[in-house]
Design a protein around this ligand. Structure first.
Ligand SMILES: Cc1ncc(COP(=O)(O)O)c(C=O)c1O
Length: 419
């Protein structure tokens, strides 16, 4: 197979660094994907499970745009609904009837939730959830998981990040994942002052394996929250609609007070949602929270179409099965070359890692070889499956994996890579 080169991406990046801090800020900054020379920087076109960069290279996207793409790029049902809405009215002075329709649809669909509030980014609604929890309880402390990510607000970023000061973290208490005793301890050490507990359905720390909840973990967390009057916040922004259409809390058998959605809600159109139980509704109404584009109707129409399609296709079940098949084959293939590929988390959104080299360089090299042949694999972050990752896409992916395993096998045998 030919490997890719990225001259046009790199030329654009040279222009970008002169006028944009970091050139490309955020999750596609060339500092993020290692080695940077293996990855494209600018995309030109997308369709189904694939995108094409500005150099004309074709990629199967295993990051799904970092999660939002769930039905495939350019899904005609969603795009048509968005286009129709745009022709009628998008952003106006008033809220759209689509806001009511979308809230009703979500309330009917997501278990135990009786209202929905809409914003744009995931961080908008995790921050709002914390404010609602603080308002509802009159308490200050938020308990979160070490290595858990909930957005870029200073209290949610890791301490030590530039621009984050110690005071931003005064009321954020971090405990390890799956550690019920640590939660009990933190609650005992802050009597009557823990407002909320926030976590993702399962733990997805960057650079590390994913960790599922231990049996009974969520039920024990829920019972402590109920006993202590702590608001239980599920951050379903990344996992949402890839485990269960009724909510990831149904998948793991517990009932949160607030649930945050974003990424896959509208197949790439910008919208996020905070949902809550009846008991939280008046508290949510008291908190002042708004944004310039939050009435935008086009993403709401897109979300309605996206949710209907996901339900019609039994999307989470299909993605879990398809992912199970793909990653099972990948593990077998790695074993055939003498490597250990570790797949953690659920199959619709797993973390995939070659464990043979503790430095991670072998894994980075394999991801890079795959990417340069057309399967975009990040080496530090969980991957995503979409409804467009059909059998043809899976078969092509496995061909790319096979050739890339051969390349790194030869490189390790010749001492060019550790294993
Ligand atoms: C679990 C989780 N919560 C919150 C966020 C923040 O979402 P956004 O980047 O849209 O603000 C993310 C984004 O990756 C996420 O994965």
């Amino acid at each position: 197979m030919e490997t890719y080169s990225y001259e046009k991406s790199q030329a654009l990046f040279e222009r970008a660094v002169k006028v944009i801090p970091c050139g490309v800020p955020g999750h596609m900054s060339p500092a993020v994907n290692i080695p940077p020379s293996a990855y494209p920087i600018y995309a030109a076109r997308s369709e189904g499970a694939r995108f094409w960069d500005v150099d004309g290279n074709e990629f199967i996207d295993y990051m799904c745009g970092y999660g939002p793409m769930i039905l495939g790029y350019g899904n005609s049902v969603v795009d048509e609904a968005a286009r129709r809405q745009c022709e009628e009215a998008d952003l106006t002075m008033c809220a759209s009837p689509k806001m009511v329709e979308l809230a009703e649809t979500l309330v009917d669909m997501v278990a135990s939730m009786s209202w929905a509030f809409f914003a744009k980014n995931g961080g908008d609604v995790t921050n709002y959830a914390a404010m609602v929890a603080r308002s509802a309880t009159g308490r200050k402390k938020m308990v979160a998981i070490k290595g858990g990510y909930h957005g870029v607000a200073p209290w949610m970023q890791a301490l030590g990040h530039h621009g984050v000061i110690e005071e931003d973290h005064t009321h954020t208490l971090r405990i390890p994942w799956n550690d019920v005793a640590a939660f009990e301890q933190v609650v005992a050490e802050n009597p009557g002052n823990v407002a909320g507990f926030i976590a993702t359905p399962y733990h997805v720390p960057t650079f590390y394996d994913n960790e599922l909840p231990d049996p009974g973990y969520w039920q024990k967390i829920e019972s402590i929250c109920r006993k202590e009057g702590i608001v239980l916040i599920l951050d379903d922004i990344r996992h949402g609609f890839r485990l269960n259409m009724k909510g990831s809390h149904v998948h793991y058998g517990f009932t949160p007070d607030l649930v945050c959605y974003c990424k896959a809600l509208a197949n790439g159109y910008p919208i996020s949602a905070l949902m809550g139980t009846d008991a939280m509704k008046n508290e949510a109404a008291k908190v002042f929270y708004t944004g310039s584009y939050w009435y935008q109707a086009m993403p709401m129409a897109a979300a309605l179409a996206c949710l209907e399609e996901l339900k019609r296709l039994s999307a989470p079940e299909w993605m879990l099965k398809q992912g199970g098949h793909l990653f099972g084959r990948m593990e077998e293939m790695a074993a055939g070359y003498g490597f250990n590929l570790k797949v953690t988390g659920e199959a619709s959104m797993p973390n995939v890692r070659l464990t043979d080299d503790p430095s991670g360089m072998l894994h980075q090299a394999w991801c890079a070889e795959c990417t340069k042949r057309g399967a975009f694999f990040a080496s530090h972050h969980n991957w995503f499956i979409s409804m467009a990752h059909d059998d043809e896409v899976v078969a092509r992916t496995l061909e790319i994996c096979d050739e890339s395993f051969q390349i790194i096998k030869e490189a390790t045998e010749q001492g060019r890579l550790a294993s």
